[in-house]
Design a binder for this molecule. Sequence first.
Ligand code: SF4
Length: 506
Amino acid sequence: MGDELEIACGVFAAINYDNRPIFPYIYWGMRAQNHRGHQSHGFLTYFDGKFHIHRSLDLVPKIKTSAIQEWFGRLPGNLGIGNVRYTTSGKCDEKSLVKGTQPVTASRKGLKLAVSFNGNVVNTFQLKKEICKEFPRFSYECDSDLICHKLLIEYLKGKDTESAVRTCMKEIDGAFSVACINQDGDFFAFKDPHGIRPLCAGHSEDNSTYAFSSETASLDINGFVRDFELEPGELVKISKKGFGRKKLVSGQRKAFCAFEFAYFARPDSRFDTKYVYEVREDFGRNLVWENPAVVKDAEVILSVPETGDDSALGVHEASGLRWERASRRHRYVTERAFILLSKDRSPTIDRKINILAPKIKGKRIIVTEDSIVRGDTTRVIVEKLRRMGAKKVFVFVTFPRIIGPCLYGIDMATYGQLIGAKHSTEEIAQIIGADAVCYQSLKGLVKATGLKQDELCTGCITGKYPTPLAQTIADEMKKRFLQGYEETERLYETESAIPEASSNTD
Ligand code: SF4
């Protein structure tokens, strides 16, 4: 489970052509994706030319049978979009969180748009300036507002959907996977030209319902068939005839987030051909092949549930070592470590994970971890294993050492919070108290995903970011970090801190 990180958002959107209410599909789609954002959730349906919206904080709620009719009444129509969100932009106080809850809407001169978005916009200031010319009182609490208003401005210029989306793709720097409904009930989705965040399309077996989803698990929960992952720079419109696909921007390399495979996505989701759990098993196998001396010294494998489980199976299969299932998650304890004070982390781990001391006492253990970001959680786990009598603790980390921030929607936006930006692998082992830390190699990571290296974003592990402004900002951040500048906030949200970068969007 590494350090508890958050992703920006999860998107699910669907239309039914038999005029059946769409809300149940959206609801289940969002329930299946609550791991992508738990601070707020929202549903929006389209009926009779109007948007009907429910937005609220926290997890997608359980709905009592007695309340179902009320929900249907509140969210009528056969077309809708939903979102779960964790904030990686804007403020985090309760008022801002409520304001930043998606889906968002914007309207002007009879034109209207609703947007559900996953990702992160990097050229926020340039966009805000442009939007404020048309909407002088514009303020925003999430990047979805930027996308929604930018798209509306392009519509106001008389452009059609295709042309408006193309302009957005060309002028917005960042990661964006977006589902939209406009005033006419047109239903469409698109991805940024690098395809950084996931978004797939699927349909019901009777062909009456079509959907877009951040992850395939949300199609599965609805009994839908996955059709395809949207291409980078692709616009997909849905009509009665099915999907209308068009690549609007090309010539830029695909850069799918490599971290989705290691940490964020559900193991039972798939991107292209492989399920995420299969990729994680390969991560485990590769760690064995690349660290024979450590494997020879170890006696038993322990996984940190639940994101370490799949790689533990790979380690077990490739090494022949016993995978001791002696670590279990307390199933209904769901509080997140990061919302508690740092001094509370240790007891939080104790409350969340039960490790059976007699099974590890006196043993030399390989522990599988998905990633190390701050290092706090891994350190606490290693300490706990030592307290319980483990003789040696080797940490196998399925994601390579994180050396830089993410500017595309993962909650690690500064160098200062990254143990891997400040310390070598050996130093990290010392800090967390492990006998050795073995990171996934970049080559092993790429091979396991089934993609080519130049089809992945590896910004946080290589320092090479796929979009120009993100690279400029990351370089500036690194310079300041090395000079001892204290990063108190996300630099790309601090205009005065990066004047030259904030106006550069080439
Ligand atoms: S920088 Fe890292 S976490 Fe962010 S999109 Fe790229 S690979 Fe994913």
